[in-house]
Design a protein around this ligand. Sequence first.
Ligand code: PRP
Ligand code: URA
Length: 208
Amino acid sequence: MENVSVIDHPIIHRYLTYLRDKSTNTALFRRAMSNIGIILAYHALNDFPLSEIEIETPIQKTTGYKPATEVVVIPILRAGLSLVDGIVNFMPEAKVGHVGVYRNEETHQPVNYYDNLPEGIEDAYNIVVDPMLATGGSGSHAIKFLKENGATNIKFVCLIAAPEGIERLRKDHPDVPVITAAIDERLNENAYIVPGLGDAGDRYFGTL
Ligand code: PRP
Ligand code: URA
């Protein structure tokens, strides 16, 4: 599918199994999310721009590399926070913006309750993170908000996507690459991903 990457890796399969398993406790759930977050971040950063710098090894001068642009990670609160560390692991200087959105339980429409973006997103390499892409309402809202604030270079990283969410992002934001660990079967009548992993935020924060 155009601009959609499904990362197929044995470690992802193993840890996604922990995340899907309803008997997994909060501690293991957090560790599994964090480990998958690192792998997703590694793939999401595969075209990250670098510029050359001259450095000196103990032996002689040589060419090294440094970021050519700033990285901004934007978690969609709450559950998106679970994938921030993966990117910060590789890009310790990354700035973190926040978009607070929850889904109305009846309409399934996104409700915005908080925004805080750092300066400079216009020229930055922006990565929106949220483990679940269900209807795509929250993701589409967050990306639109970034674009309204001048961002042009945006990626969307999630853990599990529903076909409906992928379709929504492809329609609303065809320019934004989607990186995911899995595309599941469908949404159920409550707009939860099937088979999915349940409520990502509640399981990650232990608020079930
Ligand atoms: C979850 C998830 C996404 C959203 C996905 O958040 O983390 O943000 O639902 O659904 P959508 O694609 O249909 O919009 P939730 O509303 O449960 O809030 P939380 O992260 O605070 O738990
Ligand atoms: N939000 C979740 O946390 N899980 C789903 O399956 C859908 C939306």
